[in-house]
Design a protein around this ligand. Structure first.
Ligand code: SF4
Length: 198
C-alpha cells in the first residue's frame, strides 16, 4: 500500500489509527450523501426507516438510533415529508402514537444510496475476500461503542432472545415476538428493532 494513511506515524496506537481511518471513510461517504438534494441527516433517517420494523419507526426511536436530539430529527422528518419521501401512519399498537413509513419515492432514493454504494465499492476493492472479516470486526467495534454510550443495540430481530422462529407455520407471519406477543413476517425477522435484546 503506497497510501500515506497506511502509516500510523508519531507513535499513534493501532486503535487510534483505525479510528482515524473510520472517521475519514465516514467523511467521504457524507460528501456523497449530499447528492440529490438531501443532507446526511436526512439520508440517515431514510436508511433507518428502510431497515426498522413497524414497532421501531417512531421519531423517538430514530433519534436514539442516530444519537441525535429530537429537535434535529424532527427537522429532518419535516423536510423528508415535504419532499414526499416519508409519511406518517397509525401506530400498530398505540392509537395515540404515529409510525413513520417510506413512500415509493423514499424507497427509490434508498435504492440509489450513493454514500453506502461508495463505501461498499471501497470495501470490495480494499478488503476483497476479507470483507466478511472486516464486517465482523466493525460489528464488534460498533457494539463496543454503543455499550460505552449506554445506548440500545438495535439488533436484527431474528437474533433477539424474544424471537420464536416458525411459531405460526403456513401463515404470512410465521414467526413470533414473545415480548410484544405479535406474529412476525419475514421482513420483520430481518429488520432492526428498538426492543432487541441479545
Ligand atoms: S423478537 Fe425482539 S427484535 Fe423481534 S420484534 Fe420482538 S423484541 Fe423486537
Amino acid at each position: 500500500m503506497d497510501n500515506s494513511e497506511s502509516l500510523s506515524g508519531g507513535g499513534e496506537t493501532p486503535s487510534r489509527h483505525a479510528a482515524r481511518l473510520i472517521n475519514r471513510l465516514d467523511r467521504l461517504a457524507r460528501a456523497a450523501d449530499h447528492r440529490g438534494g438531501l443532507n446526511p441527516a436526512q439520508r440517515d433517517a431514510l436508511r433507518y426507516l428502510g431497515r426498522a420494523n413497524r414497532f421501531s419507526r417512531s421519531p423517538a426511536a430514530l433519534a436514539e438510533y442516530l444519537g441525535a436530539t429530537r429537535g434535529t430529527v424532527s427537522q429532518s422528518l419535516i423536510a423528508l415529508e415535504a419532499k414526499g419521501y416519508v409519511r406518517r401512519e397509525p401506530h400498530p399498537r398505540d392509537r395515540r402514537a404515529v409510525t413513520l413509513g417510506l413512500t415509493a419515492a423514499g424507497r427509490a432514493v434508498l435504492r440509489e444510496d450513493a454514500g453506502v454504494a461508495l463505501l461498499a465499492e471501497a470495501v470490495a476493492a480494499g478488503a476483497g475476500a476479507e470483507a466478511a472479516t472486516l464486517a465482523r470486526l466493525l460489528e464488534a467495534t460498533l457494539a463496543a461503542a454503543i455499550a460505552r454510550n449506554g445506548g440500545r443495540a438495535f439488533g436484527i430481530c431474528r437474533t433477539c432472545r424474544h424471537f420464536r422462529a416458525d411459531a405460526h407455520p403456513a401463515t404470512s407471519r410465521p414467526h413470533h415476538c414473545a415480548l410484544l406477543d405479535v406474529p412476525l413476517g419475514e421482513f420483520d425477522a430481518g429488520a432492526i428493532c428498538v426492543e432487541h435484546a441479545a
